[in-house]
Ligand binder design. Structure first.
Ligand code: NAD
Length: 173
């Protein structure tokens, strides 16, 4: 059987830290399924981008990093708000896998409870390389976020006017 793992995340947006996790996982596995979680969410402060936009950004990031796309699958998955059965629901929507890649404590816990082995990557400059940090910079009007994401991801965010969207949904009436 193919040595396959799943890597769930919201990727709001994908940044170099996520990319390093993907590279780290592919050094240990044959194939990685990137699960774009909270696929139903968009246009909010913590989830500004649609699942489709996030898939585009992930593909662009893989391209920029020179990662072999034939070893990566990208699957969008809406939340179900029933943590106890989430892993079973995820498993129903992706090819068979043996490993989960995560640092998010809830995600680690849920996979372990279901009997999956969890590979925990190191924190790659976690203080800086974080989507929350990136969204904060966007809101503050700092261009520093551009260095934290692959160039093609920044280009897509510009094309969809992502920063403007984030600022508008943060506004008050
Ligand atoms: P995220 O994009 O913030 O992070 C994805 C993963 O990458 C996490 O494990 C995180 O720790 C890791 N990571 C991020 N930056 C890193 C860095 N610099 N170095 C090393 N690792 C880094 O996404 P998230 O919020 O963790 O996504 C979890 C998804 O699973 C969400 O969509 C959530 O809704 C979903 N979920 C759903 C249910 C449910 O529906 N009941 C239950 C659990 C989780």
């Amino acid at each position: 059987m193919v040595l396959r793992g799943v890597f769930p995340g919201r990727f709001q947006p994908i940044h170099w830290g996520h990319v390093k996790v993907i590279e780290w996982a592919l050094q240990r596995l044959d194939e990685l399924v990137i699960v774009v979680g909270s696929a139903q969410e968009s246009h909010t402060l913590s989830n500004p981008f649609t699942a489709g936009e996030r898939i585009e950004m992930i593909r662009a990031a893989l391209e920029d990093a020179g990662i072999d796309r034939s070893r990566v699958l990208i699957v969008p998955l809406a939340d179900i708000y029933m943590n106890a059965v989430w892993v079973r629901y995820l498993a129903m929507n992706v090819p068979r896998f043996r490993y989960a890649i995560a640092r998010n404590p809830l995600v680690v816990r849920l996979f372990k409870e279901c009997g999956y082995e969890v590979l925990i990557p190191p924190p790659f400059e976690r203080g800086k390389l974080s989507s929350t940090n990136i969204r904060k910079m966007m809101l503050m009007g700092s261009d520093e976020w551009r260095s934290l994401v692959p160039p093609s991801v920044a280009k897509i965010i510009d094309e969809i006017r992502g920063v403007e969207r984030l600022r508008e949904v943060a506004g008050r009436d």
